[in-house]
Design a protein around this ligand. Structure first.
Ligand SMILES: C[S@@+](CC[C@H](N)C(=O)[O-])C[C@H]1O[C@@H](n2cnc3c(N)ncnc32)[C@H](O)[C@@H]1O
Length: 286
């Protein structure tokens, strides 16, 4: 069934393609959701695949979403508060891109706009037109992905922007830019927290942690494990995704943690042959 509030006829979907995005895993995540819960927390938001799934299924669900990537968080608030301005700005990007895609792409990549709408439309434009549609920054926090090979990328996607905006406004969704640990002060007994952090590398060369200018380190992983344990003792329901690594399994060995291995696709790999299935972990305390 489609959502039908006034003009809004489509389900909201992630408005950015994000490395590690969970769109392909929604049905298995759905099977693993707790039956009931209070507020939904998603502290490693990214493209928010599970968030949009939940908001479609449970309209009005109270949510608290956050991420450390400030441009990403700003894009959520821009979509929520000023969808018309954002669409207008994206239409300008679209027009210029079609005149000379290469030089326009690199001029936008070089630019550092100050305004909320310009920052958000830059992120969405680069995400739609860059190679493989991924977000990656260097150690200085500069977006550094080359131009992608698309003939007609969907730069404006107006319908989805309107749908996301409507959904974020009509549900109780709080959006913040912050470190994941801040969730501890807010989550209460019966609330549900889904953690989808940058994955622990399965080998020394497998590494993709550049969503912000700060890498997700082993200390961050240890902080996350301690946080999950504290949330568990507060009576929160916790679900965590991670790579199928021995270290992560060992950190969550024993009660109350239940670990399952699920099949996933790694679509972000630049080598199409490496985009085949691999296993990852789903860990929960309920
Ligand atoms: C695997 S992605 C989440 C993907 C998301 N589930 C989806 O469906 O698109 C991990 C996210 O964690 C964010 N992140 C990295 N370090 C963080 C930190 N210390 N606190 C909060 N967010 C962080 C990154 O900016 C990135 O958006």
């Amino acid at each position: 069934m489609k959502q039908q509030y006034g003009q809004i006829l489509t389900h909201p979907k992630p408005f950015v393609k994000w490395a590690g995005g969970k769109r392909q895993l929604i049905s298995v995540l759905d099977e693993n959701l707790p039956k009931t819960f209070g507020t939904y927390f998603e502290p490693f938001l990214g493209g928010g695949a599970l968030l949009f799934h939940l908001l479609t299924r449970q309209h009005g669900q109270r949510c608290s979403i956050s991420d450390l990537n400030s441009d990403l968080v700003l894009s959520y608030t821009a979509i929520r508060d000023r969808p018309g301005d954002l669409i207008a700005s994206l239409k300008i990007h679209e027009k210029n891109y079609h005149k000379d895609s290469k030089s326009y792409y690199y001029s936008v990549r070089q630019s550092s706009p100050r305004g909320q709408i310009e920052k958000a439309s830059r992120l969405l434009f680069l995400n739609r037109t860059c190679f493989n549609g991924l977000y990656r920054v260097n150690s200085k926090g500069r977006f550094n992905v080359p131009l992608g090979r698309y003939t007609n990328p969907n730069i404006v996607n107006e319908e989805n922007i309107r749908s996301v905006s409507h959904t974020l406004r009509s549900s109780e969704v709080s959006i913040k830019c912050r470190d994941f640990q801040a969730v501890l002060a807010d989550a209460k007994r019966g609330d549900f927290v889904y953690f989808d952090p940058p994955y622990h590398p399965v080998s020394d060369t497998a590494n993709f942690t550049s969503y912000t200018n700060k890498d997700f380190t082993c200390e961050d992983l240890s902080r996350l494990v301690q946080l999950c344990k504290k949330l568990d003792s507060k009576g929160c329901k916790v679900l965590l995704s991670n790579s199928d690594s021995k270290q992560v399994s060992e950190m969550f060995a024993g009660k109350p943690w239940k670990t399952s291995k699920i099949q996933a696709n790694r679509s972000i790999n630049s080598d199409p042959k490496k985009r085949t299935g691999h296993l990852e972990l789903l860990i929960k305390n309920y």
